[in-house]
Design a protein around this ligand. Structure first.
Ligand SMILES: Cc1ncc(COP(=O)(O)O)c(C=O)c1O
Length: 464
């Protein structure tokens, strides 16, 4: 077999296991990693990757794994997508950095123009570019405070907004994110999330009831006139792929509008076609005042943005926003390539179709395996929540077991959730049909295997 030296879409789209996972070369590198890399940086699946593209990752041992993770929802257009590579190559030969705040360049402006065109709402917009999702969210809070002259920030149970000090304060989960890193920033207020599977009166009334609780808590405990912004993920990511109960987001957006509170959508994970719309807010017709983006914006290069109403964005004094690397020219060139790829290849529709294939297959698993408490998601952002059968008690142990079984079988899957009991799937939107099908068959085999281990003889044979 010819060895394919290059990654990107021309990489053979096949699962190929040549060694155990991780293989011997990966294990050698892991030993080097242990001696050189800080222990606090965890690894989900210790295979060292050399090339990637389309729906696969190829490791140093020659294994080709199906990718249901996209580097945590980043390579929506696939690794080393053609327009991304071409734009980066061209840009890197012209100039690599000037700092936009010192001597500007066109690519930065072009990305901001694209963000104004693509984000929800036809009002006049401005953008500022940064390096990471956390930095974008943090700047959205700064802008909201400057624009309103208020301090309080409303966030939600199960939220994840990043690992800087302010965004850790916005993030809900202690371990591993916040533990031992305090003190955290003040004036952050956490509210109930409309989590349909866990809402006490059931999913139907969840959105409406949760919104009413939030509104009452803001009115009674904070005073709306003290609240600068409400920051929310339109579908929660790390917190467990929680799709809020219907009506929750529109009700909160209305409340914010009528009380001068800035509605900030953290679309870092949900953005750039991931959920079958350019932005997840669109599913319920919500138009945020500010949108934080990162991850999928630049096909794998580090770039992030805050985009929003011109009058809010421009309320910050000159020089109040920025950073040395924010909107780096190479990352901007990559973003223009990623956006072009999403549009030319129809990846918004592709994400929708991925959901249409995955959700029924996962719901069929729910019928067969009582450990599956809930199946949810939109587009190519879907998950199963695992519980002790017949209860809603989270089962993080079975979640780990299933993830490990998938990994050993050559499928990259991730876990998440406040209780560590959610198996999440984020395939690149360019995932070929046959690999999507094969990846799902691996998930099905993992469930059958775990069921057999737990109750030998009772497991139903995996179909597909
Ligand atoms: C919703 C959300 N916001 C913010 C962040 C932080 O982004 P970054 O890791 O680029 O700082 C993440 C990362 O997972 C995220 O999912």
């Amino acid at each position: 077999m010819t060895e394919h030296r290059r990654g990107g879409p021309s990489l053979p789209q096949e699962r190929r296991l040549q060694t155990a996972i991780p293989g011997p070369r990966s294990q050698e590198l892991l030993a080097r990693r242990d001696a050189a890399v800080a222990r606090g940086i965890a690894i989900t699946l210790p295979v060292f990757v050399t090339r990637a593209g389309g729906g696969v990752l190829v490791d140093v041992d020659g294994n080709s794994l199906i990718d249901f993770g996209s580097g945590i929802a980043v390579v929506n257009v696939g690794n080393s997508a053609e327009h991304v590579v071409a734009n980066v190559r061209e840009q890197v030969g012209e100039l690599t950095h000037t700092c936009f705040m010192i001597t500007p360049y066109e690519g930065y402006v072009a990305v901001c123009e694209q963000l104004a065109r693509l984000t929800p709402g036809d009002h006049e917009k401005r953008s500022a570019l940064f390096n990471s999702g956390a930095e974008a969210v943090e700047n959205a809070v700064k802008i909201s405070r400057a624009a309103t002259g208020r301090q309080a920030v409303v966030v939600f149970d199960h939220a994840y907004h990043g690992r800087t000090n302010l965004t850790l304060a916005l993030t809900a989960k202690n371990m591993p994110y916040k533990h031992s890193f305090g003190p955290f920033a003040p004036e952050i207020y956490r509210m109930p999330m409309a989590y349909p599977f866990r809402w006490p009166t059931g999913p139907e009334r969840c959105g409406e009831e949760a919104a009413a609780e939030v509104v009452t808590a803001i009115d009674k405990q904070l005073g709306a006139e003290n609240v600068a912004c409400l920051v929310i993920e339109p579908i929660q990511g790390e917190g467990g792929f929680v799709v809020p109960g219907e009506g929750f987001l529109p009700r909160l957006a209305d409340y914010c509008r009528s009380h001068g509170i800035v509605f900030v959508a953290d679309e870092v994970q949900t953005g750039f076609a991931r959920t079958g719309a350019w932005f997840a807010c669109e599913h319920e017709g919500v138009v945020p005042d500010l949108v934080a983006t990162a991850k999928g914006i630049a096909g794998g290069l580090p770039l992030a943005a805050v985009t929003g109403r011109a009058e809010l964005m421009d309320s910050v004094h000159v020089g109040g926003l920025g950073g040395t690397f924010g909107g780096n020219p190479v990352a901007c060139a990559a973003a223009l390539g990623a956006i072009r790829t999403i549009e030319e290849q129809g990846l918004v529709g592709a994400a929708r179709r991925i959901g249409e294939v995955m959700l029924p297959r996962l719901r069929a698993l729910q019928q067969r395996f009582p450990v599956v408490g809930d199946v949810r998601g939109r587009g190519a952002m879907v998950a199963v929540e695992l519980v002790e059968p017949g209860t809603k008690t989270p089962d993080p142990a079975v979640t780990q077991q299933l993830a490990k079984a998938c990994h050993a079988d050559g499928l990259v899957v991730l876990t998440c959730g406040t209780y560590g009991n959610v198996l999440r799937f984020l395939p690149p939107l360019v995932m070929p049909d046959h690999l999507l099908d094969e990846g799902l068959a691996i998930v099905e085999r993992a469930f059958a295997g775990v069921a057999e281990e737990r109750a030998p003889g009772l497991a139903v044979e995996a179909t597909a």
